[in-house]
Ligand binder design. Sequence first.
Ligand code: ZN
Length: 153
Amino acid sequence: MSALRELYQEVILDHGKAPRNFGKPEHVTCESNGHNPLCGDTVTIYLHLDDGIVEEATFEGRGCAISIASASMMTEILKGKQLGEVSAMFERFHNLVTEDEAACEGGFDSEEFEKLMVLSGVREFPMRVKCATLAWHTMKAALQGGAEEVTTE
Ligand code: ZN
């Protein structure tokens, strides 16, 4: 288990240090800002939707390695997804970081699910759950056209 933890740690640090999809894309159809005051994480999610498909998903923000890694991994996974799949993924991810693995079966193809599994360790740290879910809540607000800032409080 500790070797697995180390691997998880490595993946999170890697994404934290070199986030994927960082920056504002040329075409943005919806965006939203999120803030996690407990940790000080802030994130802006940019989405380019076309005909119900996420063509582009990027983010900007600053915060702890978990919040950045979560946003980085989320944007990687969202690209090319249909909106219906995206809401299913939101639910799955939420379960992943708050409940046990059994609650999260299905909903991801296995490769994508494995990537997100690295974040499941936050389950033991309620404060960290908010770091991991910030990007997802902000993404959901962007889809709902939210102009108000999302806060984890
Ligand atoms: Zn944080």
